[in-house]
Design a binder for this molecule. Structure first.
Ligand code: UDP
Length: 321
């Protein structure tokens, strides 16, 4: 039996494939619009194609005995989603619905879905639990919430089980040093700061200094990509052995760091000083997003292994290569 990883050539997908291939047969489907084939572990079967392509999906489901689908393939930039909402609804919602239709048609009944803290919008509590109301403030968050809602409806009537994983801020690189965070163009804070400290960017722009946070910059909860990967595998095993079904879990470290604090920690670990420009707010950014991940800890025994220092050190090791 195999696992189909949609978006397995992307940042989080490729790290999860690396954790999976030791134990499972893995098939990766990726259209390479934001992913890179060289990130895919060579032990996986790589297929270049679109999630919304019924012919490609039929071929995969007929050729391989797929037991579960891990779905990472999505556009995930908050700012871009505000500028290009149709792209987000087409790629994140419509294409995913085609995948889900094909899964049901071929009797594939286990689904692990990459969702996001952006589904919560501007939360009313300092620490977000899965009970916190969802009210996304950007098309990216809305596109993910729409799929979450579709999953509940599908599982209600079909022999189909899912786990929704709401990531907070994924960061860091694989311990092998072979893969790490890589987007083109890069828009995420930690890689941008590290690229700047390595002399690959002139300066860092801090988007917004007037948020209702201790230092006025946005606070986020950073979680290591390998911790995320492990949570996917535990979730799959959890539904396969009947421990859980149709669950939604937050994945974060439970600690918030401001943009200024991240820059300071990167400076400290690299021993270099940053050239910072204070810029206007970026569209769609909530002030603070910090997770409680108690629910997945209680259900599956998952706890993060990497703290902020370990996250940034692993990213620095990879970016410095
Ligand atoms: N950010 C910033 N400058 C940058 C990139 C990001 O100030 O060059 C801020 C961004 O506005 C947000 C935080 O850093 O408050 C984390 O952004 P990122 O894009 O890494 O992740 P997101 O929270 O959007 O998933």
């Amino acid at each position: 039996m195999a696992i189909l990883v949609c978006g397995g050539a992307g940042y989080i997908g490729s790290h999860t494939v690396k954790e999976l291939v030791d134990t499972y047969e893995v098939v990766v489907l990726d259209n390479l619009t934001t992913g890179f084939e060289h990130l895919v572990d060579e032990r996986a079967t790589f297929i270049q194609g679109d999630l919304g392509d019924r012919t490609v999906l039929d071929k995969i489901f007929l050729a391989h005995d797929i037991d579960a689908v891990f779905h990472f393939a999505a556009n995930s930039l908050v700012g871009e989603s505000v500028e290009k909402p149709l792209k987000y609804y087409r790629n994140n919602v419509s294409a995913t619905l085609v995948l889900l239709e094909k899964m049901v048609e071929h009797g594939v009944k286990r689904f692990i879905f990459s969702s996001t803290a952006a589904t919560y919008g501007i939360p009313e509590t300092a620490v977000i639990t899965e009970e916190t109301a969802t009210s996304p403030i950007n098309p990216y968050g809305r596109s993910k919430l729409m799929v979450e809602q579709a999953l509940a409806d599908i599982a209600h009537v079909h022999d189909f089980q899912y786990v929704v994983l709401r990531y907070f801020n994924a960061a860091g690189a694989h311990q092998s040093g072979k893969i790490g965070e890589s987007h083109d163009p890069e828009s995420h804070l930690i890689p941008i700061v590290l690229q700047h400290l390595l002399g690959q960017r002139e300066k860092i722009s801090v988007f917004g200094t007037d948020y209702a946070t201790a230092d006025g910059t946005c606070v986020r909860d950073y979680i290591h990509v390998t911790d995320l990967a492990r949570a996917h595998i535990l979730s799959y095993q959890g539904i396969a052995n009947g421990k859980i079904a149709n669950a939604t879990f937050n994945l974060g470290n439970g600690a918030g760091y401001s943009v200024n604090e991240i820059i300071k920690e990167c400076e400290r670990l690299s021993g270099k000083q940053a050239n910072i420009e204070y810029a206007p707010r970026r569209a769609g950014d909530p002030a603070t997003l910090v997770a409680s991940s108690k629910k997945i800890e209680e259900a599956l025994g998952w706890t993060p292994d990497f703290d902020l220092q370990a996250i940034i050190s692993s990213a620095w090791a990879w970016h410095s290569k």
